[in-house]
Design a protein. Structure first.
Lengths: 162, 84
């Protein structure tokens, strides 16, 4: 199994170990974990009581398309780098600050491909996989706005753009 | 022809519904035409015309507004994604 969309938490250590279990050709496993942050939205000014602080976050997704989109991103990474294994886990539902949201790991013979594939998968996931975050704050719920910086990060991987 | 239309996230909340099955009148041949048809219902449906950077998926693949429709298609409208 390469891609999972689930409410349950994951064991990052076990997932990383599984990528090289029983084989001696893996020289590098790079991984990334995304977490729920309690801070305020970018650019927001907060007065007394810190009413923009995030109490919780709910992740909505498009069942069916989500799994396909993630698998397509993994397939694209496998075409760009020499990878011996990839694992992507994205959680959905209600999550609290400090909880894990997303896990990406890539195994390769050498670190360069593993690091690059991991970063590529995260950059593409942020702009192409149909997930949406809604934050709960003392002032009410608010949908997180997409960030231009995420589009720029994904654009770095397009041929011809440095 | 009939298509299934889905809405997600802030758009779903604004419209008060997540999905509907819709028989298209003649002349609506693209996802952009479908968007215009729905937006013309007035409030709150005009959100489909005013949502910044509205995204569209046709049969679970992201497409542009010029993508052609056929009977049985699944069309989803949603704001830019914010996962990860």
């Amino acid at each position: 199994m390469t891609v999972s969309v689930q409410e349950a938490d994951f064991d990052a250590g076990a997932e990383i170990a599984a990528l090289s279990a029983g084989r001696d050709d893996v020289g590098a496993v790079a991984s990334f974990i995304g977490l729920v942050r309690a801070d305020k939205a970018a650019g927001e000014t907060v007065g007394a009581g810190d009413t923009a602080a995030v109490k919780a976050m709910t992740l909505e997704h498009y069942p069916g398309m989500t799994e396909k989109a993630l698998q397509e991103i993994v397939t694209e990474a496998q075409g760009r780098w020499e990878l011996q294994g990839v694992r992507v886990i994205h959680r959905v539902g209600r999550l609290l600050p400090g909880e894990r949201i997303v896990f990406v790991a890539a195994a390769s013979s050498h670190r360069g491909d593993a690091f690059a594939a991991c970063e590529f998968i995260m950059d593409y996931l942020k702009t192409r996989a149909p997930f949406w975050k809604k934050e709960e704050t003392p002032a009410g719920g608010r949908w997180v706005d997409a960030r231009e910086s995420d589009d720029h990060a994904a654009g770095r991987w397009v041929a011809g753009k440095a | 022809m009939t298509v299934k239309v889905l809405f997600f996230a802030g758009l779903r909340e604004a419209l008060g519904t997540g999905s509907e099955s819709l028989a298209l009148p003649g002349g609506v041949a693209t996802v952009g035409g479908l968007r215009d048809l729905l937006a013309a219902r007035g409030e709150p449906w005009s959100a489909l015309a005013t949502t910044k950077n509205l995204r569209v998926a046709l049969n679970q693949q992201m497409v542009g507004l010029d993508a052609p429709l056929k009977g049985g298609d699944e069309v989803a409208f949603f704001p830019p994604v914010t996962g990860g």
